[in-house]
Write a new protein. Structure first.
Length: 86
């Protein structure tokens, strides 16, 4: 098995991360929203809202707390400059 080295102390704030702090979650949410629009079904919209709230509460906020511990003031400044979703 190949070992992977993870760099700590380096935050990426360029590219797509210059516009959103969570591009992967945003992409999944937009795909879900597009599918809901395509199907024109109210349950799809309900699912999208639940996904949005769940990911924010149980995935993104805990990740942000961990990143604040790692990057401290740099990450706090990044959070001020760049929105969580879009």
């Amino acid at each position: 098995m190949r070992s992977v080295h993870i760099l700590t102390g380096i935050g990426i704030t360029t590219g797509v991360y210059n516009y959103t702090r969570n591009p992967m979650y945003l992409g999944m949410a937009l795909i879900g929203l597009a599918y809901t629009y395509y199907k024109m079904h109210i349950l799809g919209l309900l699912f999208w809202v639940v996904y949005f709230l769940y990911m924010t509460r149980f995935q993104i906020i805990p990740e942000e707390k961990a990143l604040i511990k790692i990057f401290e003031d740099d990450y706090k400044e990044y959070c001020i400059k760049v929105r969580r979703w879009i």
